[in-house]
Design a binder for this molecule. Structure first.
Ligand code: IMP
Length: 444
């Protein structure tokens, strides 16, 4: 089902309200027809957005999901960390399948570059933490995607050791920077126990200048490009990567990613002020999943969990790791909707819950001291102490994939959705009932 056209200048944000993998790519793809420009503002190739169009499955990591719709401009904003090799591979893969990737893709000259040593640092630090820090409190390893995300953002904050996309376009300047950076990084990698040759600034500079040359037609000042589009009355669609509970400031720290992946990351990650964002669509699964380490109060370790994982194809798009799954945690989703300023919600993967006799939804937590708590606990240590208090719902057996509209959902599925809507005090305007673009019930 396709959403109705909007007035031309409505700008929308799509953000995940859980720990990622809520099906944002599919919702962005659906909303793309209503917008002119699709903008990524955070994260990097750690994200994996899966979109199914006409039975074809596309996995996107860096390129906005709007690329699958001809005639749209796709922007990778300054808040994204770009692995140039991965970006070029993704561009080539799409072109090989007949998708147009050319002038319709712009990359910020201020986006930070993920270098090979960032990926080495990411992996080495995870190994180090997993090895030496595990004790009765568990390992300090985060379970990252090892895509170099954290070390690249760390360099961004550190400043003097960072490389931005614009730097790749000036070979001499890049070489100068890399001479210093490689000395520092080689020493750091050695300290982490990585047994490799010292980094070679000449080889790296040559390689990355060549990658910059290939991407040159796409690299630009995207802040002016976006404001130019706004001035022309064009509408923007901001595509959040990762999700609110992984937000560096508001997620379950330290088990988070390194960017502001809630909608709060849009202004710094694009240069577009928040006042330009008119509607914020929060995306949630009908249950919960999480990849990597960190507390997850509603996690299921039983047969129900296994069934949800298999039916929901809950394996990472980026890493292939099996995802942890559990019942819907409404305390968490309510918190994310508050942080993100959600104006409406899309509930995806409802069909995965078909066939269960009973469904559970967490509405508050029991704390270790016996108290009941209806506030989310974004500190990982605190959240680890919370036990879910559930409300039970009757399940349904009817297949819902081919249901035409929300009114035709089985009564128990409709009740489940209504309960979420009431608890969040937000309208659920889209319901995902299957993997394809057409398997989405839209009613607003
Ligand atoms: P990083 O972003 O690779 O540093 O990983 C930090 C944490 O965020 C790990 O637990 C990852 O599994 C998780 N993560 C990062 N991106 C995503 C995503 O797009 N979906 C789900 N989890 C993610």
């Amino acid at each position: 089902m396709t959403p109705a056209p909007l007035s031309r200048s409505t700008n929308t944000a799509v953000v995940g309200l859980q720990w990622g993998d809520e099906g944002k790519g599919k919702i962005v793809d659906l909303l793309t027809s209503q917008h002119d420009v699709i903008v990524r503002y955070n994260g990097g190739a750690n994200a994996g957005h899966t979109v199914e169009v006409g039975g074809e499955r596309y996995a996107l990591h860096l390129i906005p999901s709007g690329i699958l719709n001809p005639g749209k401009l796709n922007v990778i904003g300054n808040g994204v960390v770009v692995d140039p090799e991965k970006l070029l591979e993704e561009m080539d893969r799409l072109r090989a399948r007949g998708v147009c990737v050319g002038d319709n893709l712009k990359v910020s000259d201020r986006a930070h570059v993920v270098m090979p040593y960032h990926k080495e640092q990411d992996a080495a630090l995870e190994e180090f933490l997993a090895g030496v820090a595990s004790d009765e409190r568990g390992s300090l390893a985060i379970g990252t995607t090892r895509r170099g995300i954290g070390p690249t953002y760390a360099d961004k904050i550190q400043r003097s050791t960072a490389i931005r996309m614009g730097d790749l376009l000036d070979g001499a300047h890049l070489h100068d920077r890399l001479r210093v950076i490689c000395r520092l990084r080689s020493a750091e990698l050695k300290a982490l126990g990585v047994n490799t040759e010292p980094l070679d600034p000449d080889a790296l500079a040559t390689k990355f200048a060549a990658l910059g040359e290939q991407l040159k037609p796409n690299v630009t000042d995207t802040v002016y490009a976006l404001h130019g589009a706004l001035a022309q009355g064009k509408s923007l669609l901001f595509e959040g990567a990762n999700a609110c509970l992984l937000d560096i400031d508001h997620g379950t720290y330290p088990f988070v990613t390194s960017s502001n992946c809630s909608s709060l990351g849009i202004p710094p990650g694009t240069g577009v002020p928040g006042a330009h964002i008119h509607r914020i669509l929060g995306i949630m699964k009908a249950y919960t999943s999480r990849v990597g380490a960190g507390p997850f109060p509603t996690e299921l370790h039983d047969e129900t969990g296994r069934l949800i994982r298999e039916r929901g194809r809950e394996y990472g798009t980026t890493t292939g790791r099996p995802r942890r799954v559990g019942w819907l945690d409404l305390v968490a989703v309510k918190y994310s909707a508050m942080i993100c300023g959600a104006t409406a919600v899309a509930c995806t993967l409802l069909d995965v819950l078909t066939g269960f006799d009973e469904l559970k939804v967490c509405t508050s937590y029991r704390m270790r001291d016996g108290s009941e708590n209806d506030r989310f606990l974004p500190d990982a240590r605190m959240l680890a102490q919370a036990t879910p208090i559930y409300r039970s719902f009757l399940g349904w057996d009817e297949e819902i994939r081919d249901v035409a509209d929300r009114a035709s959902l089985p009564a128990n599925a409709a009740r489940y959705i209504e309960f979420i809507e009431e608890a969040l005090n937000l309208p659920i305007t889209m319901i995902g009932v299957g993997p394809d673009r057409r398997h989405t019930l839209v009613h607003a």
